[in-house]
Design a protein around this ligand. Structure first.
Ligand SMILES: [Cu+2]
Length: 332
């Protein structure tokens, strides 16, 4: 897909966002007939859904086929609704196209629902698995770690439907101390583990990211499967918290995927810019989360720096990786 097509798709996506925001579902309005000469047919309102969605209304009411996950609170007829909950608990439900709470979900990566929360300044991150009540309400001990505005992402697949990630803002009252996004770095430490990152995500194409886990200077070669994989990688874009959930290449027990120290991912980011990466891995009977800031593509460098102040990415640039054409990518 060429840049112009990508851009036009993005523009349609924006139109869809505003259309949704104002309750107007007419994705076709911004597209004049003349535009057809500039667009591929796939960018028209029909057939724009790469997932081949089951929408029977002949349109794309959510209009989100071109958007990364997590930017919309309502997409393709499904809506995420927070529910009042006792202190210390977080509850929500998903309503379906008929307006009723959804109670049927497919299991994906061992769970029917993955709830990811991050504070809007990207300083907090949790990935938890709520319990589903008979009335369609999901409940979990609150993962919200402190004051501020949090984005809560519900990553799920309704029965017979396609995978969706919806997002909603949740405010935790209190004195907020915003934290700047940490500078890009190629290694992170968590719970006594050191995780190094190789690879730089490039917008619009699949890039290989390899994360290598060590402890006390020794490679960890007995990672434990977590949700059916040796690692789960979530990427959030700074600025709007666009959500990408990336699964690694290879699965535990397939006879070719080692249990560490390296876990490789095929990731595609939707644009240049800064992203925060969160790697969940399991070792020693516990789940650990290593965090990284990365600059994707040719993101502009920080303002003029003084000598010795590093503002360029420290992540090694991968060599030509045309061989990593794995089908999996980060777009849910
Ligand atoms: Cu999960």
């Amino acid at each position: 897909m060429n840049t112009a097509t990508k851009l036009s798709g993005f523009a349609l996506g924006l139109a869809a966002v505003f259309g949704t925001a104002y309750g107007v579902g007419h994705l076709t309005d911004p597209v004049t007939p003349a535009a057809d000469t500039r667009h591929e047919p796939v960018d028209a309102d029909h057939g724009a859904d790469p997932h081949g969605g089951s929408d029977s209304h002949g349109g794309d009411p959510g209009g989100a086929a071109h958007l990364p996950g997590g930017l919309l609170v309502s997409d393709r007829g499904y809506t995420m609704q927070p529910v009042d909950a006792p202190t210390g608990q977080f509850a929500f439900r998903i309503t379906g196209p008929d307006g009723a709470a959804v109670t049927g979900y497919e299991i994906a990566h061992d769970k029917r629902m993955h709830l990811i929360v991050a504070r809007r300044d990207l300083s907090g991150f949790r990935h938890v698995h709520p319990e589903l009540g008979a009335d369609g309400t999901w409940r979990v001990d609150s993962p919200l770690g402190g004051p501020g505005v949090w984005r809560a992402f519900a990553d799920f697949t309704p029965s017979g439907g396609e995978a969706l990630t919806l997002g909603v803002d949740v405010t935790v009252p209190g004195q907020l101390q915003p934290r700047p996004l940490p500078a890009p770095a190629a290694s992170a430490t968590v719970d006594g583990y050191t995780v190094t990152l190789a690879g730089t995500p490039q917008p619009g194409r699949t890039s290989q990211l390899t994360l290598t886990v060590s402890r006390d200077g020794k490679p960890v070669t007995d990672l434990e499967p977590y949700l059916g994989a040796y690692g789960h990688l979530v990427a959030l874009r700074q600025g709007d918290l666009a959500y990408l959930h990336v699964h690694p290449e290879g699965v535990p027990g397939d006879g070719r995927t080692p249990a560490g120290p390296a876990v490789s991912f095929a990731a595609e980011v939707p644009s240049a810019g800064s992203y925060r990466l969160y790697l969940d891995f399991r070792h020693g009977g516990a789940v650990h989360t290593a965090e990284f800031t990365v600059l994707a593509g040719d993101a502009p460098a920080a303002p003029a720096s003084t000598p010795g102040t590093r503002t360029t990415p420290t992540v090694p640039t991968p060599t030509a990786d045309a061989g990593h054409g794995a089908p999996g990518h980060g777009h849910n």
